[in-house]
Write a protein that binds this ligand. Structure first.
Ligand SMILES: Nc1ncnc2c1ncn2[C@@H]1O[C@H](COP(=O)(O)OP(=O)(O)OP(=O)(O)O)[C@@H](O)[C@H]1O
Ligand SMILES: [Mg+2]
Length: 296
């Protein structure tokens, strides 16, 4: 345990993940920083291949980072033993995969799927708890249906109930609405809102929803394996809802990492013809970046 007062619930610092494929190395995360407070809802957006799923699988304890620090709820994932990691995956984190079919065992009913993660724990009345979770996601009437007899939205609802089975304080969802129509996607977002409010669950959700900034308290944008910018509500609060508050006041920030690095969008640099170097000065309380006049 790392015991530091005021430490964020999710703390990633300078995280690298390098995949080796034959002789090639793919750097999926390159010095990523992320802090999330307990009970916060954070949306993660970014282009395909930017490292979103890699980040979630590191946070879920499915994949070990190559370097950096990942501390969740005081547990240092890089120093945890195999047994501690098993326990972490079972009790501390719920995961919802993008592919609906990956979340459920096809030959089990909805109720059996939800009860399954509790088998290895000492949860009291597992059947009753599974039934309560199905009720929470509004699927009591489908309890005895197997996966092939549920709609896509119903399957994702069961997947959420499965992810919540052991009351994890952290819920990770990788494009949970990616395969759903707009109306069903809205219902799922509202369900996340209920879970966040009622169970004080910290939620990280990867999404392509262009309206997401109006539906959650904070959106972070990942670019090339590193957090680049962040959009926050002016008055931040923990929430996720399908109802977009388009008049909400949002602020966009460029993120500065622990080494003082920032990512400046290429189009802004191009407009000033800044290539590989620039002058940096302070003027009137601002940091000013000026092109090198020798650049042709
Ligand atoms: N198991 C793996 N082995 C090798 N390379 C991988 C592996 N998983 C991911 N990558 C590579 O790492 C990079 C980040 O992949 P990741 O799946 O995290 O992206 P993503 O942001 O989730 O993209 P998408 O929006 O398409 O799901 C990509 O270049 C990908 O090809
Ligand atoms: Mg992905």
């Amino acid at each position: 345990m790392v015991s530091q007062a005021n430490q964020p619930y999710v703390l990633c610092e300078d995280v690298f993940k390098i995949y080796k494929v034959a002789d090639l190395e793919v750097v999926a995360l390159r010095g990523l920083d992320l802090h999330v407070d307990k009970g916060e809802v954070v949306a993660i957006v970014g282009a395909s291949g930017s490292g979103k799923s890699t980040l979630l699988s590191v946070l879920a304890g499915y994949d070990a980072p190559s370097a950096g620090q990942v501390v969740i709820g005081g547990k240092d994932l890089l120093r945890a033993s195999t047994r501690e990691m098993e326990e972490y995956r079972r009790n501390e984190v719920g995961f919802i995969w993008q592919q609906t079919s990956r979340n459920l065992f096809p030959y089990l009913t909805a109720l059996e799927n939800v009860a399954l993660p509790m088998m290895l724990t000492d949860a009291g009345d597992k059947q009753r708890r599974a039934a309560e979770l199905l009720e929470l996601v509004g699927l009591t009437h489908r309890a005895h249906h197997t996966h092939d007899k549920l709609s896509g939205g119903e399957q994702q609802r069961v997947a959420i109930a499965v992810a919540l089975a052991n009351r994890p304080p952290l819920l990770l969802a990788d494009e949970p609405t990616g395969e759903l129509d707009d109306a069903t996607a809205s219902e799922i977002l509202d369900l996340f809102g209920t879970i966040n409010k009622d169970m004080d669950t910290t939620i990280l959700i990867v999404t392509h929803d262009p309206q997401i900034a109006y539906k959650v308290g904070r959106v972070v944008m990942i670019r090339d394996g590193k957090m680049a910018t962040e959009i926050r509500r002016k008055i931040t609060y923990q929430r996720i809802t399908s109802e977009a508050e388009t008049d909400a006041q949002l602020e966009e920030f460029t993120l500065v990492d622990g080494s003082g690095r920032v990512q400046i969008p290429r189009d802004l640099l191009d407009r000033l013809n800044i290539r590989d170097r620039a002058r940096v000065n302070i003027a009137n309380g601002s940091i000013v970046l000026t092109p090198d006049e020798k650049t042709p």
